[in-house]
Design a protein around this ligand. Structure first.
Ligand code: CIR
Length: 264
């Protein structure tokens, strides 16, 4: 099935880092102004890592005047036959969605959200058998309800998870590397929220950033470098880590998944 609902991850869209990346929103992980030159370098490394895992990557130009435009995951939710275009949860990001809608209209039916619904794609995770939807400062109940209904029409069930105030998005503190397994950050998510998973790989709170990963069917998994405990736990769980530098993306609260939109 095309879309991110399987682990095949054959095609992805990414967007270049904008010249004004230093103005990107940064609330949680940032310790200094994000550096656009260093971020561009890390973004190239990211694209190389995806390509080394067999992903066909399409690189869109930056949207100047939109410092967060590289975080394409937040703009849309991809289903087999259609794409839901998000109403971004932060006003400064509203201008990013139309160009994605235009690009995706070549391949998918485009579905807009109702005006009061709010959602960032970073609050949505496909597990292989269902969709997790985070309720956060960026995704409201109307957004979650709209996506749940849209998924139900496609026989896909959803689970709502409250995203703690300590973090930006659901994807910031967890990822699902294979159906039944979740990598989750201690201190942000609770065991009772993850009871539907057979296996939880807990990431220590001080390494929370490393809970966001991109895994492939063959067991390879892209992880941010610099988080040794997490890397070892993931390796022990049977995955083959590919480590990449993400420090400048992290400065703007961006994680690995935020930088791509898998469309096939
Ligand atoms: C923002 O605050 O919107 C961006 N600076 C970071 C977005 C990261 N996206 C994601 O977690 N999916």
């Amino acid at each position: 099935m095309p879309g991110v609902f399987d682990r095949k991850r054959r095609r992805a869209i990414v967007r270049k880092i904008s010249e004004d990346y230093e103005d990107a929103l940064s609330t949680y992980f940032g310790t200094k102004s994000p550096d656009s030159v260093a971020a561009k370098d890390q973004h190239r490394g990211y694209v190389d890592a995806l390509r080394s895992c067999g992903v066909e990557v399409e690189i869109l130009d930056a949207l100047e005047g939109h410092p967060d435009c590289c975080f394409v995951e937040d703009t849309a939710i991809v289903f087999e036959d259609a794409v839901v275009i998000c109403n971004p949860g932060h006003a400064s990001r509203a201008g990013e969605v139309n160009s994605i809608a235009e690009r995706l209209s070549n391949d998918f039916k485009i579905q807009r959200m109702p005006p009061d619904a709010m959602m960032d794609g970073g609050d949505v995770i496909y597990t292989g058998s269902k969709i997790l939807i985070g309720l956060s400062t960026r995704t409201n109940a109307m957004g979650a309800e709209f996506l749940s209904k849209f998924a139900a029409e496609r026989n896909i069930s959803t689970q709502i998870i409250e995203v703690p105030k300590t973090t930006l998005h659901l994807t910031t503190v967890c990822s699902v590397p294979r159906d039944g397994t979740i990598i989750a950050a201690e201190g942000h998510l609770r065991p009772d929220q993850l009871e539907s998973f057979d296996e939880v790989i807990w990431v220590p709170a001080e390494e929370a950033y490393a809970a966001n990963t991109i895994a492939f069917e063959d067991g390879r998994i892209i992880i941010s470098d610099g988080f040794p405990i997490t890397i070892e736990r993931i390796r022990k769980a049977g995955f083959e880590p590919i480590l990449i530098a993400m420090s400048e993306i992290m400065q703007a609260d961006g994680s690995l998944t935020c930088l791509s939109l898998f469309i096939g």
